[in-house]
Design a protein around this ligand. Structure first.
Ligand code: ATP
Length: 507
């Protein structure tokens, strides 16, 4: 009895379900044909419908669809609105997606970027959708591209604007906006730091208008290990740099912008530029090599500063002859008597030639503002490095502590410095010829650049002894030269006394 009743009930249920599903099918079929008819008619409506009415209609259709659509979309645009600066959130999302989802994507872009230029980096191709999962919730990311048709945006470096869009169900809104997106951005930033390919930027005048940063990959191999310098001094500089890079909270606590100024001074060829490269390699920073004579005025200087990124070194080389920082353009330099001044004259003349063309109007106050004005506090983790061969020629305001926090003198090569070269260039820790080098270095001056040049093997088979004897010969020549110079100076002084004597007592 019971099973029979169940069977009848089951049959009735099945009949009801069949009826229901055929009604549902009919409804879908009707809806499908309505949509098809509408889509067929829409171009005709679009053509004859007045534009105001059409916009009104489109607007309401979108609102209606949004009302029924349970999915939320958030976009991350490559460039901030009305800005040439790349959005850091976009860059972080890009890095995150490339690492997290490129394995599941079906269409990928391959580029030779990254630390090793021989290896390929894969990233999601345009219009590709990838799924990511976070705490059991699925989200969908799409990579998009908008090609700008507007002529007014022709100055924009990228007429194609890229964006990433994330779509998720509205019931996960809180979790996605408060946890997931933070997770994506922080992970993406971490990945970027790990894969960072450091860049060397320089400001080049764009079509004689204003200068813009352009960059190339920074591949200088100098490190503090290869830098020839007294070990104690080197350790102190390395500690100073590392302490700076870890002091974000300290700078915030004392209310100072997170930046530090370094003044590197010393004769040509003593390793100022080499030290900047070693600094960048130690801290993994980008380098902005600022050519002041190409900067039109203080406003442009400010803009260039704003465009620099965190974790960077802003370098102004040969600051003493970059531009006239006293308010007046430097006059053509008179021919100086000694070698050092001759060197300075050449540098100034070269910069002046550039200035004549560019007409830089950057002033000392503009530069001081650049270093520690309000704008300089934008961003953080930046080193500002000035180099000069003639520290005494600089305006004290420019290099006072607080602006240039650390003054580092790079001087002639010491015996300790030579030992670093011998180890790096010749793989020698000790050699009987070292004594001769040490004693000559105590008697005469030689720049690290000259030591490097002499120790460089001139052919693949040249032996270490030959390189050392080249250096000894160079040191002996430098000693002789110095002695000759001293002799001439003394003779001149004696002559002068005699002439003086004669003037006092004419014969
Ligand atoms: N202290 C050093 N350690 C290692 N190499 C050095 C050092 N000083 C100079 N050199 C070598 O000499 C070359 C020139 O040095 P560098 O350009 O750094 O000198 P500089 O002080 O910046 O000169 P300038 O004042 O003319 O710009 C470098 O390529 C490097 O090989």
């Amino acid at each position: 009895m019971f099973p029979a009743a169940t069977m009848i009930g089951g049959a009735m249920m099945a009949k009801k379900q069949r009826k229901g599903s055929s009604a549902l099918k009919g409804m879908w079929a009707n809806m499908g044909s309505t949509i098809a008819t509408f889509m067929f008619l829409w171009p005709i409506i679009r053509q004859y419908c007045p534009s105001v009415l059409r916009r009104y209609f489109e607007n309401y259709t979108r609102r209606l669809m949004d009302f029924f659509n349970p999915y939320i979309r958030i976009s991350f645009h490559e460039f901030k609105r009305d800005s040439l600066r790349r959005s850091s959130a976009y860059a972080a999302v890009e890095a995150y997606l490339n690492a997290a989802t490129s394995k599941s994507a079906k269409r990928l872009k391959a580029e030779t970027t990254g630390k090793d230029s021989s290896s390929l980096t894969l990233s999601i191709d345009e219009h590709e959708t990838v799924t990511d999962e976070f705490e059991g919730v699925n989200v969908w990311w799409v990579s998009n591209k908008i090609v700008s048709q507007s002529r007014s945006l022709s100055y924009h470096p990228a007429p194609e604007k890229r964006l990433y869009t994330i779509t998720f169900h509205q019931k996960h809104r809180e979790m996605i906006t408060e946890s997931y997106l933070k997770h994506v951005v922080s992970k993406g930033k971490e990945i970027r730091v790990r894969n960072r390919q450091r860049k060397l930027y320089t400001n080049t005048p764009a079509q004689k208008l204003s200068s813009m940063w352009s960059h190339m990959v920074f591949e200088h191999q100098a490190t503090f290990e290869t830098l020839a310098m007294e070990p104690e001094k080197k350790r102190e500089i390395v500690e100073d740099l590392l302490t700076f890079s870890k002091s974000k909270d300290f700078y915030a606590k004392i209310g100072k912008a997170w930046k530090r100024g370094y003044l590197l001074y010393g004769p040509p060829g003593t390793g100022k530029s080499t030290m900047i490269a070693a600094m960048a390699n130690l801290l993994n920073y980008d380098v902005y090599d600022l050519e002041l004579s190409s900067v039109k005025d203080n406003t442009e200087l400010k803009r260039l500063l704003i465009e620099t990124t965190n974790k960077s070194i802003i370098v102004i080389e040969d600051i003493d002859c970059s531009i006239d920082l006293t308010g007046q353009r430097k006059k053509k330099t008179e021919k100086s008597a000694d070698d050092q001044n001759e060197n300075l004259s050449k540098k100034i003349a070269k910069k002046e030639a550039k200035e004549e063309g560019s007409g830089s109007k950057v002033t000392l106050s503009g530069l001081l503002n650049f270093i520690d004005g309000l704008w300089s506090a934008c961003g953080g983790e930046r080193l500002i490095v000035f180099t000069t061969n003639y520290v005494e020629k600089l305006d004290p305001a420019l290099i006072r502590r607080g602006r240039m926090d650390k003054h580092i003198e790079l001087s002639f090569c010491s015996y300790e410095g030579f030992k670093v070269f011998a180890k790096n260039y010749l793989d020698l820790d000790m050699h009987p010829m070292f004594d001769a080098v040490q004693s000559l270095m105590g008697e005469t001056k030689i720049t690290p650049a000259d030591v490097a040049e002499n120790l460089m093997p001139k052919s693949p088979v040249e032996e270490a002894e030959k390189c050392l004897s080249n250096l000894i010969q160079a040191l002996e020549e430098a000693k002789e030269e110095a002695a000759k110079k001293k002799d001439t100076t003394m003779k001149d002084a004696v002559q002068y006394q005699v002439v003086d004597g004669e003037t006092e007592k004419p014969s």
